[in-house]
Design a binder for this molecule. Structure first.
Ligand SMILES: NC(=O)c1ccc[n+]([C@@H]2O[C@H](COP(=O)([O-])OP(=O)(O)OC[C@H]3O[C@@H](n4cnc5c(N)ncnc54)[C@H](OP(=O)(O)O)[C@@H]3O)[C@@H](O)[C@H]2O)c1
Length: 247
């Protein structure tokens, strides 16, 4: 049933930047639909995002399963009658070596980081276009813009999402549907915490602000791009990196 209530779907909501984005959006009054795989962690984020006037719902979903993604998105839309935004934050990271290439790692990283963004976007875009509004925010990485040794598959997967962001923005623009990316630098989450501790001096030199971002500092720009405050911004990559690329 369509109403004035606003609804946002967040993938990767069980952890890190996705969790923080769900909290930032709930703070702005959006009802949040939290997607992840780990039921226990999803339940924790559900509690953190439930507040008066805001409903938080969880969905356990493997994002590389295209049919399952379509089914869950259809179910959410059937219940809400409108979706205002989608945050594609789910992702995985590990190093790969171009000289020790293996299909399995490349496929896994592309499956989650690229197809795990493409499938939710394709499941939702026709609905957003039909309703005449909506905003998709993809979470990419500074590594999509700067080549980085041993991050071959990860950087390529985020480069693919950067291109997808621009193409889908063109498709959606005539119907008031916006598609943007937030490009985090190093952010202290489960994905990076150990690497951060091991490489703290390297990152201090690389990042002019001399520290990692907190997930909430990436989440607020995501919430801005979801909201009508960014109503004329589409097809853009918003870098949130403490000045990384200036150094
Ligand atoms: N942290 C950084 O420094 C940094 C920098 C640049 C870009 N990024 C990007 O930011 C995004 C979020 O990263 P993060 O640091 O928040 O990572 P994180 O804490 O490890 O969270 C990753 C999230 O992705 C979900 N996920 C992974 N594989 C999935 C799959 N196959 N199906 C469904 N969900 C899946 C996880 O769900 P479950 O745990 O429930 O399985 C989890 O919620 C990623 O796209 C990452 O590449 C991060």
């Amino acid at each position: 049933m369509a109403s004035d209530e606003k609804h946002v779907i967040v993938t990767g909501a069980s952890s890190g930047i996705g969790r923080a984005a769900a909290i930032a959006l709930a703070d702005k009054g959006y009802n949040v639909h939290l997607i992840g795989r780990n039921a226990e962690r999803l339940a924790k984020v559900q509690a953190e995002t439930s507040r008066e006037g805001v409903q938080s719902t969880t969905y356990q979903l493997e994002l590389t399963d295209k049919a399952a993604v379509q089914q869950v998105f259809d179910e959410i839309y059937a219940k809400t009658g409108r979706i205002d935004g989608l945050v594609n934050s789910a992702g995985i990271f590990y190093t790969t070596d171009v000289f020790d290439y293996d299909d399995k790692s490349w496929k896994e990283i592309m499956d989650v980081n690229f197809y795990g963004t493409l499938y939710p976007s394709l499941a939702l875009l026709p609905k957003l276009i039909a309703q005449g509004f909506g905003s998709i925010v993809n979470v990419t990485s500074v590594d999509a813009f700067d080549g980085i040794a041993n991050y071959d598959a990860y950087a390529a997967s985020k480069g693919a999402v950067t291109s997808l962001t621009k193409t889908l923005a063109l498709e959606g623009a005539p119907k008031n549907v916006r598609v943007n990316a937030v490009v985090p630098g190093i952010t202290d989450t489960e994905m990076t915490h150990e690497r951060l501790l091991e490489n703290i001096e390297k990152y201090r030199k690389k990042v002019p602000m001399q520290r990692a971002a907190q997930a909430s500092e990436v989440a607020k720009p995501i919430a801005f791009l979801i909201s009508d405050d960014s109503s004329y911004i589409t097809g853009q990559s918003l870098h949130v990196n403490g000045g990384w690329r200036l150094a």
